[in-house]
Design a protein around this ligand. Sequence first.
Ligand code: BES
Ligand code: MN
Ligand code: MN
Length: 458
Amino acid sequence: MSAIDAYIETHKDRFLSELLDLLRIPSVSADPKYKGDVARCAEAVKQRLIEAGADKVEVCQTAGHPIVYGEKIIDPTKPTVLVYGHYDVQPPDPLDLWHSGPFEPVIKDGLIYARGSADDKGQFYMHVKAVEAMVKTGTLPCNVKIMIEGEEEVGSDNLGLFVKNNKERLKADVVLISDTAMIANDVPSINTGLRGLSYLEVEVTGPNRDLHSGVYGGAVANPINVLCDMISSMHDKDRRITIPGFYDAVKELSTSERKALAEAPFDLEAYKKDLQIDDVLGETGYTSEERSSIRPTLDVNGIWGGYIGEGAKTVLPSKAFAKISMRLVPDQKSDAITKLFKDHFERIAPPSVKVEVRPHHGGEAAVTPIDSPAYLAASKAMEETFGKKPIPTRGGGSIPIVALFEAELGLKTVLFGFGLDSDNIHSPNEHYGVFNYFKGISTIPRFFQHYAASGHKA
Ligand code: BES
Ligand code: MN
Ligand code: MN
């Protein structure tokens, strides 16, 4: 057993209880009522980085939630790995569907249940513990910089500015992020792509006030009916998005690229069974895996208006609203797609209503190389700890800062995620495997060793 593995083994219980402590802090970035908790979480992360042996540890204030930064420079001539993660979490709602409190972590059947356990506290904390193990055993083979932000779940707006203003401090050779999923615990994989995002809200206004649906119904536009018509018109019979120009920039994959992706094991029947659906639905001509990774989408995330209280109320509402997001693929640009949507939505609105489109956040898609020294180091590290070579896959989620790291710092990323799609991230009963947590902690130092040995530069 290596000195690092022995160190991890000795400190296992503490590594776990420290994560549980972090999970007890409700660092929900979206809701202002948790602002103090988010700040408290940043301080806790700072403390843990200091204890792990990092230098120059600092809580950096921003216009929003703070960024925590620390580094360990052993030799400036050696390569530098920039680790990124986020300590903020999604709101825990709906609360009544949780089997235990979202911020009262419990371990059941080898799974750590809590909001943020997989996304991303459990995953970024693996790096803090891996760095601790390397520092304390005197085996850190290259430089490491760690940046953990508090606004990933709300679009990373202030991190973009921080990166632009701190190019020297963040100078590195590669970015390492654990914030994605693998195929299964016995089928390791590495994400090599993320989708971009365009998120907006629409408001449809009919009459200037709510009306009696018997007195006016049938003669005056119902904004909810109209909004539903408009939304459903945005997919055609092949489930393609009808916004003119939407697919113009989409980079189609070659037959051989699609073939390579299809090599990842996928069981459609098990997929349907897990979700208790009789059938899937998506764009004609693409598989379920392709639909959820290399193809763009348009989804309503929330829709409201009219009467939704107990019982019935016959009302023709004045307004209807929806939150709509589009997942984007290379080379669609978030701002351009937002504009296409806005123009289209305003154009298709009938004269009987007024519409307003309010953009939220966005982010660009990213693809990462599978032949770089860093990818190969990650692949070797996983092969050693899982006993199987990881399969490169394309993911469907978004981490907008990845494209920015490339644009602003010229850095490529390795998406070294140890979660599973079944972890219920953003959903009630989010969980992360104790197996996955410790697998990450033991695999990360091996990445550092292989990467340092490769003589660096991405
Ligand atoms: N960790 C996720 C992204 C993710 C999940 C990537 C699973 C690949 C697989 C991240 O925290 C996230 O949720 N991102 C948001 C984007 C953000 C702009 C709100 C997302 O994808 O919805
Ligand atoms: Mn995340
Ligand atoms: Mn998330």
